[in-house]
Every structure is written in structure tokens, then in C-alpha cells.
Design a protein. Structure first.
Length: 561
């Protein structure tokens, strides 16, 4: 009897505890005027007491709506309902496709030292394969061997896709033997930034919480490159969730200085390309993720106009800023890869059908070129190399017109656009607490930025985008006066500005600093005109030889002193 009595008392205590907890939860759900007073500090606004009193019910209702929305599973691939269009109202884009004129290399041959072949450009490799000087299988085996030998040194490889690659390479050779040539990428091995899904392989996003993640379909860009005959040999490292060069295994290294990171977030793509581990690679950029690692590693990169390449099947970070582009050893290589990957697929609604017009044989003296004079006169790393690059371009017969970016808009204050979208893309990660598994946990790393961004008011996000539309109009009005605008790759707010407005950029190496690290210069183009900056970049590379240089330690026969 006493035992039953004790159990009954315990039961009552549990009920009482549960009732108290329920009461506490109801009290926790209340929103008071004091809560609003604290929140005022976050948005730098003030309301009087009566206004606060009127707001409490509405804020509680909003919070209930947030809870209901959170109950619905929204995977990262779920698109944003509003689609960013970089073309200002009333402006027209040229829609006529002209014949593309390539500047293909003359006859070349397979070198005696096969490792030298690893540093050939896309046009050079294309010539060798098309003319049956080398097979895709031979080339693929070379790059696979080099990946196995050097990828650990650079920490650039996440997954080797060897089985898939050999199957594709054999198919490419068989097709060519039967007279079927798919185009300039036929049989050329490439690497893919590991935020792009490939059926049958992991897509890790470079982040520990997603280390075992797989998707059961190919991204559009993978299908396009398959159709072009390119051979996927590796999924390459990226900074976790597309920031920096630190991923769940380590830090990706700069081939020119392995004590230095390769920068990010297309860290592995740039490092592997420069070190001759792939024929070319695919990167992405939201705010510098092609430009920065291409600069650090001495590669040539193309950040296309926003809405040029489908992002279907790739990790979303910022729906209004994410872009996909090639990283190669030459500007012409970038043009060839871009020619195969651009265009709509009916899945990424931001992608428009516009022509890709490029004439790599054009006399660039006919181009109207502006340069951001005030940025070139600032004190920054690489200023000397940039000055020499401008002098080289002048010697090519090009007239340079000094211009400046408009400065009436606080561009740096528009970063909450990116941060709010990124926080939404990884909302579930933040709420689950698994953001603690990311390696980087500094104030400027994603976990803290995601948490901070949750306090960006929707009103301010929308207002920032309205201000962005003014910036788009200003930049478009300036750019359309010129075919190309030359800029330091990291001058002022140029990089953030052109990522916000969606303008294309071609970044190419232009020398080395006093420590032997590569430097770069950027050629900016008009919306949906990648051709003009590629033409100037190609002419610049013909007048110089920086794109031909590569780090000797990856030669294959290199012996350190």
C-alpha cells in the first residue's frame, strides 16, 4: 500500500511539474514592451509606449507564423520565389548571335616529358585530341596519376571520380575514331568544385555536417559538360559552405607557396588547375570566389554575368548573387568552357537566353577601354604589376580612358543582402546547432554570420535591394559607354559592386610580387557581354607570358634544393 501511495505522489509531482512547464512556456511566449525596447537597439529605431503596446499582439502573431514555416522542410535546393534580373528597367541586350572566331594555336605536339602536357591550355589540349596526337584515355590517366601524387600536398581533392572518368574517356576516344567530335572540350579532363551534385558521388559542400551527402541527379552544368565530351576526374575542395579555403579536412594550399592558403572559396579548382592536376576546372562566385583564388594561384578565371549559367543542382548561398564560371590556364580556355556551359535549362529561372559573341582575333585597338584610375593610384599589393600591365596595354595600341565608379551609394552597407540570403539558405543548420561542426568559428565565419543575419529585418533587406537597383542603374550607365573597364582585382568596392550588379569579370595573372606570389588584373564587361573582356584579356596574354608560368615543384621531375 505504501508503495502505491508513493507512486501516486510521484505521479502528482510529475503532473504538477508538467503543468508548471506548460505555464512557463506560455509565459515565455508572451512579448512585452520591454522586449520591444531591447529589440529597438538592434534596428536603431524608437517607438513610444503606446506604439509598443499596440505591437505586442502583432509580433506574437508573426512569431507563430515563423514557427509554422519552420515546421516545413525546405532543402537547400528549394528556389527563392523572386528572381534577380541584373538588367535595369528599359535597357535592351543584344540578341543576335554572330559567328564565334577562335584564335586557335598552330600545330603543337606531345612533349617528350609527359608531365609538361599537364600544363597545356584548353586550346592546346583540344588541338592534340582532335588531331589524334593523344587519346583522352592517355590524358585522363596522366591527370589521375598527378592528382594521386600531388593532391595531398595541396589539400585540393575531395573525391576522385576515376571510374566515371575512365568510362567517359574511353567513350570520347571511341566517338572520335568514328568521326564524332563533340567540340573543343571533347576528351579533356576537368575538376568540379564540390558544391555541384554528381549522381553516384558525394557532394560535401566542404563542410563536416554534409560530409556524407549525396544527390541522385546531376547538376545542369555536369550534364552540359558531359554533352560537350569533357571528362570529370575530380570533385575539388572549397572553403566550407563557399567561404575561404578551410574545409573539413584542412586548408587548401597555394601551389606557388604551400605555406599559404589558396584563398577561396573555389580553392581546390584554382589550385588544381595551376598545379596541372586537371585540364580546367569549374568554380563559383558570390563575392570573389573565382577572382580571389585565381589571383592567389595565378590562374585565369571568368565570372560570367549573373543569369548566364544554370545553378540547378548546385549549393545555394545567395539566390541573387551566385554565379558559376570556369577557371583555366588562359582566357581563351575560359571562353571555350563558357561556350559549352552557358544558356537556360528551364530549371534555373534566373538564366536568360542571350548570345555569346566573341572574336579572339579582333584588333583590340577598336575596343573602347576605360580604367578605374583612382583605384590604381591607391596603395595595395600588386600595384607595381598593375601599373606595368596598363603600360603593356597602352603599347598594344589601346587608348585608356580614366573613369571612376560612382560613390553616392554606401556599397559596403549592402552586404546584409548576401548575409540574409545565406542565413536563409542554411537556416536549418543554424537551428539544429550543427553549425558548431564547422571548422571555422570566428566572428567573421559562417556560423556567427548566419546567427547575426537572423536579426536583419525584412524591411531593411528589401530597402537594401531597392538601393541596389539604384546602384545597378548607375553602374550600367557608366559601363555601357565602354566595351571593357580595367580594374585592380581588389580595388575599393569594385568586387562587391560588380557582384551585386551582376557584371562579368575576367581575371588573369599579371606578374609576381616580391615574395614570388602571383598577382592579377581584372577586365570588366557589360551585362551579358563576356566576349569583350575575354578579347582584351586574350590579347594581353598574347603580349605577355604570365599564363604560361607554373610552379616548378609540380613539374613531376622537380627536386627541391
Amino acid at each position: 500500500m505504501r508503495k502505491i501511495k508513493n507512486l501516486f505522489i510521484l505521479f502528482l509531482l510529475i503532473l504538477f511539474s508538467f503543468a508548471c512547464k506548460q505555464k512557463d512556456n506560455k509565459e515565455e511566449q508572451k512579448i512585452t514592451k520591454k522586449d520591444i525596447s531591447h529589440a529597438e537597439k538592434l534596428i536603431n529605431l524608437q517607438f513610444d509606449e503606446s506604439e509598443k503596446d499596440s505591437m505586442t499582439d502583432g509580433l506574437l502573431s508573426q512569431r507563430k507564423s515563423f514557427d509554422k514555416i519552420r515546421e516545413v522542410n525546405l532543402p537547400n535546393k528549394t528556389p527563392y520565389a523572386l528572381h534577380f534580373n541584373p538588367v535595369p528597367s528599359g535597357e535592351q541586350i543584344q540578341i543576335a548571335q554572330k559567328p564565334i572566331k577562335w584564335d586557335m594555336p598552330g600545330k603543337n605536339s606531345v612533349p617528350k616529358d609527359i608531365n609538361k602536357l599537364a600544363f597545356y591550355s584548353v586550346p592546346e589540349l583540344a588541338y592534340l585530341i582532335k588531331n589524334r596526337k593523344i587519346t583522352s584515355v592517355e590524358l585522363t590517366k596522366l591527370y589521375l596519376k598527378r592528382l594521386k601524387k600531388y593532391s595531398d600536398t595541396l589539400n585540393c581533392l575531395i573525391t576522385l571520380t576515376e571510374e566515371r572518368a575512365m568510362k567517359q574517356a574511353r567513350k570520347a576516344d571511341e566517338e572520335l575514331s568514328k568521326g564524332k567530335y563533340r567540340g573543343q572540350l571533347h576528351g579533356i579532363p576537368y575538376g568540379l568544385k564540390d558544391l555541384v551534385s554528381v549522381k553516384g558521388y558525394k557532394t560535401t559542400w566542404g563542410a563536416a555536417p554534409f560530409k556524407e551527402q549525396q544527390f541522385q541527379e546531376n547538376a545542369t552544368i555536369v550534364n552540359k559538360l558531359d554533352e560537350a565530351g569533357a571528362v570529370l576526374i575530380a570533385k575539388l575542395s572549397l572553403g566550407a559552405l563557399a567561404m575561404g579555403d578551410v574545409w573539413f579536412e584542412e586548408k587548401t594550399r597555394n601551389p606557388w607557396d604551400i605555406n599559404q592558403g589558396s584563398s577561396g572559396s573555389s580553392a581546390g579548382s584554382a589550385a588544381a588547375t595551376t598545379a596541372g592536376l586537371v585540364g580546367f576546372s569549374i568554380g563559383t562566385e558570390t563575392y570573389g570566389s573565382i577572382v580571389s583564388p585565381s589571383t592567389r594561384c595565378g590562374a585565369s578565371g571568368l565570372r560570367p554575368t549573373f543569369g548566364r549559367v544554370s545553378r540547378y543542382g548546385t549549393m545555394a548561398l545567395s539566390w541573387s548573387m551566385d554565379k558559376i564560371g570556369p577557371i583555366c590556364r588562359s582566357a581563351q580556355g575560359c571562353a571555350m568552357v563558357f561556350n559549352s556551359i552557358n544558356g537556360p535549362d528551364g530549371k534555373d529561372q534566373s538564366v536568360k537566353e542571350y548570345p555569346f559573341n566573341v572574336n579572339l582575333k579582333k584588333d583590340v585597338k577598336k575596343l573602347k577601354i576605360g580604367y578605374l584610375k583612382n583605384l590604381f593610384y591607391q596603395d595595395y599589393r600588386g600595384r607595381g604589376q598593375d601599373s606595368l600591365a596598363l603600360e603593356t596595354i597602352k603599347k598594344m595600341g589601346v587608348k585608356l580612358h580614366p573613369i571612376s565608379l560612382p560613390d553616392s551609394i554606401p556599397v559596403g552597407s549592402l552586404l546584409p543582402i548576401l548575409e540574409a540570403e545565406a542565413a536563409s539558405a542554411f537556416d536549418k543548420l543554424t537551428r539544429s546547432g550543427r553549425d558548431d561542426e564547422l571548422v571555422r568559428q570566428t566572428k567573421n565565419a559562417w556560423p556567427n554570420l548566419f546567427r547575426t543575419a537572423r536579426f536583419i529585418p525584412a524591411v531593411e533587406y528589401i530597402r537594401a535591394n531597392r538601393l541596389r537597383s539604384v546602384l545597378m542603374q548607375q553602374i550600367h550607365a557608366l559601363f555601357k559607354k565602354y566595351d571593357v573597364i580595367i580594374s585592380p582585382s581588389f580595388g575599393g568596392y569594385q568586387l562587391l559592386t560588380t557582384n551585386l550588379t551582376g557584371h562579368p569579370c575576367v581575371v588573369v595573372p599579371n606578374g609576381f610580387d616580391e615574395k614570388g606570389h602571383p598577382t592579377s588584373i581584372s577586365f570588366l564587361g557589360n551585362l551579358y557581354d563576356e566576349g569583350s573582356p575575354l578579347e582584351l584579356a586574350n590579347a594581353f596574354q598574347k603580349a605577355t607570358s604570365f599564363e604560361d608560368k607554373h610552379p616548378e615543384k609540380f613539374d613531376g621531375n622537380y627536386k627541391p634544393e
